[in-house]
Design a protein around this ligand. Structure first.
Ligand code: MEV
Length: 295
């Protein structure tokens, strides 16, 4: 998209991060997954300026940043500033929130109305530049917001917002080491994990039933099972396993890694106030925080 020469001032785009509640990796193969947005996110400002477009300032430092954004920022006339409160490369949708916020900022600057379909299509080019051949769940959820069931089909993504459910109270632990989504997805493909991926896919349906019944202990057990299956396909790490064990010991109903694995975050589900659990985990040396999913 070109920026009209009449464009002045700044366009602003915002997007939240996400966590996958259940179904990562299986979603790459066409199984459903459930994910929700979190209250951390990214703000992109696009300012009309003379000369070639580029990044003016950024709180995200990654050599893939400009090559990825160049697919959605016009080559001339735009300076892009990026501020994010999301941990980078940790399974919380930092690249997806960046993709959606940038698409929104450029459209805002150009005075162009956006639909979800346009945001999703444009955001895909940013996500592909970062992650190879992603399922599209991350930026779909960041664009739609709330708690969402997502399935990739040859005809395009099928999404449903899970309406009427209260946000889920989580404690998120960051193991401090980012994971590489493209490498983790490629590793699962090489190992050929179809049967386990199908079991993960089946869990997603059970999680949705338990969520709709308000049965959080059952959701917790299913999250534990999801973590075991993710470990079985080789994407957990000793730090993620230890974080999940400590989340459970601190009072969470269940815990799992979130996102591609190989590092990044794990979370636990709670049905009671989060602060004592956060304090207990911090006392064990973890970088822990409370977050609501799907708010
Ligand atoms: C990454 O957040 C989720 C994965 O399932 C990859 C994808 O869906 O593209 C691991």
């Amino acid at each position: 998209m070109a920026i009209p020469s009449s464009a002045v001032g700044a366009g602003v785009g915002r997007a939240p991060g996400k966590l996958i509640l259940c179904g990562e990796h299986a979603v790459v193969y066409g199984h459903a997954a459930i994910a929700g947005t979190v209250s951390l996110g990214t703000v992109v400002t696009a300012v009309a300026r003379p000369g070639p477009s580029g990044i003016t300032e950024s709180s995200i430092h990654d050599e893939r940043l400009w090559p990825a954004l160049a697919g959605v920022v016009p080559p001339e006339g735009v300076g892009v500033s990026i501020t994010s409160t999301l941990p980078i490369g940790c399974g919380m949708g930092s690249s997806a929130a960046l993709a959606v916020a940038t698409v929104r900022a450029i459209a805002d600057l150009a005075g162009e109305p956006l639909t979800f379909a346009i945001e999703h299509a444009r955001g895909f080019s940013v996500e592909r530049a970062f992650h190879g051949n992603p399922s599209g769940i991350d930026h779909a959820v960041c664009a739609l917001g709330g708690l969402v069931r997502y399935r990739r089909t040859p005809e395009g993504p099928v999404l449903d917002r899970l309406e009427g459910l209260p946000p889920l109270r989580l404690v998120v632990v960051n193991t401090g080491k980012p994971g590489n989504t493209a490498e983790m997805v490629a590793g699962v493909r090489e190992r050929g994990c179809e049967a386990t991926l199908a079991r993960i896919g089946a869990l997603v349906g059970d999680v949705e039933v338990a969520l709709r019944a308000g049965d959080l202990p059952a959701v917790g057990h299913l999250l534990d099972e999801n973590h075991r299956l993710l470990d079985a396909i080789g994407v957990s790490t000793p730090a993620l396993d230890a974080a999940c064990a400590d989340l459970r010991a601190a009072g969470c109903l269940g815990a799992k890694l979130a996102g591609a694995g190989g590092g990044g975050v794990a979370f636990g589900l709670l049905s009671r106030p989060a602060e004592p659990v956060v304090q207990a985990l911090r006392a064990k040396g973890w970088d822990a925080r409370a977050l609501d999913l799907g708010a």
